[in-house]
Structures are given as structure tokens and as C-alpha cells.
Design a protein around this ligand. Structure first.
Ligand code: 3PY
Ligand code: MG
Length: 262
């Protein structure tokens, strides 16, 4: 069960722990970075989000950029997650060693895949993470396997029909802290287009938060617009990823051009 616990960046007084942010009584709204580079990441972190995600799956972001973006977000003191490219222990461990407070793991379709994702996030005896917290331990005097195991967040993405059918089993896997829904991949998996707003798609996703709540797991979702963010907040999701830096830039720029050319 996900409970507030001490942790995060340990002795770093600036940083609110990700676990604290996600278990607070108010919904935690996250900034989503797909544009590579530390400056945009810093701007996103300064905007006032409760957490920031560096998207290495679909963002145009490689390892070196991820590292400098983690540093930039860290300067602001906002907890950072990395969405890793796949359920790959090598990437999960590299993101955590680089100082991510947690990972979002795409396409987790079964309890066995959830066990693999969780195991990559935890040192033995809870998992099989390899020791080498090169940046994660920086400035954390009491960094230890136990501290890391209790603070790192493992969010597994449920974004296919087979995964949703096994949601009960996936949220029952010990160490799954959050389920994070990918509405577009879920729509594709249902046979709809990626931006579908079919009633059945909506109905199925509205049922997720109650299942998560019963297991003490955070319910998260990617929101392509502020309207969708409000919809999912009302449905009970508490980890809400706002439209990305790129979407925001494109929309604001298009609106600005519309208004000056009118
Ligand atoms: C999806 O909608 O599939 C996502 O992964 C959102 O980031
Ligand atoms: Mg997806």
C-alpha cells in the first residue's frame, strides 16, 4: 500500500519527495517534458508542477539529455520521474542511478511484467536492482538500499486491453506504487484511433481509480488537454500529467498567431 514514507532525496532540504507529492490529499499535477534540453526542463519545473516527467520513450531525449534535465529539475527541487523507453531493467536502473525519483514503465501487460518492473527498481532482497547510485546518492548522507527501496516510485503503465483485464492482479503486485494510464495506446488496443473519445474507452478508464484505491495504489493518467485533465480528476485520478511542453508551446503559439493575424 502506498503510504507517505520518509525518503526522496533524503537530506536534500530543497526537494519534496515524490512519494509525498503523490500521496498528498490533493491531486498531483505533473509537467511532461518531450523537448530535449535542460533549460526547458528547468522552465517546466519552475512553473509550479507537483512533479515533472522526462519522457525518454516518446520524447526526443537520450541518456545525456535526460541526465542534464534531471539536474535542471533538481535545482528547482521538484521531484522528477523518467518515463523509460520500455520495460527494460537496464534503462530503469540507469534512470534511477542518474537520480530519477521514480520511473514510469510503458506497456506493462501482466502481473509478471509488473514484477519485473518493480524488481528493477528495488535493491535485494526486494528486487534485483544493481548497486551503483552514481548520482542518486549525491548529497544524501544516509543513502542506502533500504532508503532507496522505500522512496523510489514504480509506476507501471496500463495501456492495453489485456493489461486492463488484469488490472486487479497488476495492482496487487507488491511494490507497484502507481498505475499510469496511456489513453492513446489503450484506444489503439481497443481498435480505435489514438485520440478516440469513444464512450466505451471513457467508461473503462473511469473504472480504474476505484480499483487502484482499493489496493492503495495511485491512479495516474496522461491528459492531452486541460478539459481531459478535469475529466480524469473528477473520475478520481490523482496523478495527472498535464499536456506536454511541446503541446503547450504549439497551442500557445498557434493562438498567439491567430490573434495577431486576425
Ligand atoms: C498513451 O496515451 O499511450 C501514452 O503513453 C501517453 O503518454
Ligand atoms: Mg503509450
Amino acid at each position: 500500500m502506498l503510504q507517505p514514507r520518509p525518503g526522496g532525496r533524503g537530506s536534500d532540504p530543497l526537494t519534496v519527495s515524490l512519494r509525498e507529492a503523490l500521496t498528498s490529499t490533493k491531486p498531483a499535477v505533473g509537467g511532461w517534458c518531450v523537448i530535449p534540453g535542460s533549460f526547458t526542463a528547468e522552465v517546466m519545473a519552475r512553473a509550479g508542477f507537483d512533479w515533472v516527467c522526462i519522457d525518454v520513450q516518446h520524447g526526443l531525449i537520450g541518456y545525456q539529455e535526460m541526465l542534464s534535465m534531471l539536474q535542471a529539475v533538481g535545482v528547482v527541487g521538484v521531484p522528477a520521474l523518467v518515463r523509460v523507453p520500455w520495460n527494460d531493467p537496464g534503462w530503469i536502473m540507469k534512470a534511477l542511478d542518474a537520480g530519477a525519483a521514480g520511473v514510469i514503465v510503458p506497456m506493462v501487460n501482466s502481473p509478471a511484467e509488473a514484477v519485473a518492473a518493480v524488481g528493477a527498481c528495488r535493491y535485494p532482497p526486494d528486487g534485483y536492482r544493481s548497486w551503483g547510485p552514481t548520482r542518486a546518492s549525491l548529497g544524501v548522507a544516509d543513502y542506502s538500499p533500504a532508503l532507496a527501496n522505500s522512496s523510489v516510485i514504480c509506476a507501471v503503465m496500463v495501456e492495453t486491453v489485456p493489461a486492463l483485464e488484469r488490472l486487479d492482479e497488476i495492482v496487487s503486485v507488491p511494490g507497484v506504487d502507481a498505475v499510469f494510464i496511456g489513453p492513446s495506446d489503450f484506444a489503439l488496443s481497443m481498435g480505435f484511433g489514438p485520440r478516440s473519445d469513444e464512450p466505451e474507452h471513457r467508461r473503462q478508464l473511469e473504472a480504474v481509480p476505484a480499483v487502484c484505491r482499493d489496493h492503495g495504489v495511485v491512479a495516474g493518467i496522461a491528459c492531452g488537454s486541460t478539459e481531459l485533465l478535469e475529466r480524469w480528476r473528477q473520475a478520481g485520478y490523482t496523478m495527472l500529467a498535464a499536456p506536454s511542453d511541446l503541446v503547450t508551446l504549439r497551442r500557445a503559439t498557434a493562438e498567439m498567431l491567430d490573434s495577431v493575424r486576425r
